[in-house]
Write a protein that binds this ligand. Sequence first.
Ligand SMILES: Nc1ncnc2c1ncn2[C@@H]1O[C@H](COP(=O)(O)OP(=O)(O)O)[C@@H](O)[C@H]1O
Ligand SMILES: [Mg+2]
Length: 258
Amino acid sequence: MTEVSVTKDAAPAADPLVVLENVNKHFGALHVLQDIDLTIARGEVVVVIGPSGSGKSTLCRTINRLETVDSGTIRIDGRPLPAEGRELARLRADVGMVFQSFNLFAHKTVLENVVLGQVKVRRADKKAAEQKARALLERVGVGNQADKYPAQLSGGQQQRVAIARALAMDPKVMLFDEPTSALDPEMINEVLEVMQQLARDGMTMVCVTHEMGFARSAANRVLFMADGRIVEQASPEEFFTNPKSDRAKDFLSKILHH
Ligand SMILES: Nc1ncnc2c1ncn2[C@@H]1O[C@H](COP(=O)(O)OP(=O)(O)O)[C@@H](O)[C@H]1O
Ligand SMILES: [Mg+2]
């Protein structure tokens, strides 16, 4: 098997926002992130793809310190990730994360879900936080659902609320970990459209997704991961038409032909 070593960034990071240097992470004997070097520029949209178990979620989770790393450094906007306390809470607000499962508070209304972090972490005034929440809910197309509880919404609507909740913190970067993979097919597009719009608005985004249409139209760069490594990275056009490594070719043939 011929493996292509990590290529340099497709677009050199003029204004680096997220920088990982020589990051390694183990789960017991499993070396789940191996020598990860990655620089994401402000405003860049990076799509991460790769087989299950390749470390995509772990990569995302290390960037907002839901997982610690064993060695190497991660910096957001020039600052190393804080270890704990208020600084860590602020970091988590700076790095918005949207998961496959929506993780909304079930016993709070949609509006309260979007207000909560603003007041607790950002120390926003309650009235201002509510106004901002309503505007964001409007922006993601669920303005009329504000007073409902999450369970009363469809999966697609809940995921859009989760995006609004992350945006309410004025994040510097948004991480999406397979945000559409738990959704019924007819709801996938409404979530991808919100993500598309965010990308057009200049948000820095890291998106783990196998939605190739989204990758092609929104991503500046595609990272292909396998066995804890970034095996290949290129523009979407280059990656999808001319994958270089056998691992990427094999992976693409599986996801494109079903
Ligand atoms: N908390 C954990 N404890 C032990 N192993 C884990 C844990 N989280 C993930 N793993 C393992 O690490 C590897 C990478 O997982 P993950 O980052 O979730 O991959 P992906 O998102 O690409 O499917 C997998 O083999 C997975 O089983
Ligand atoms: Mg995953």
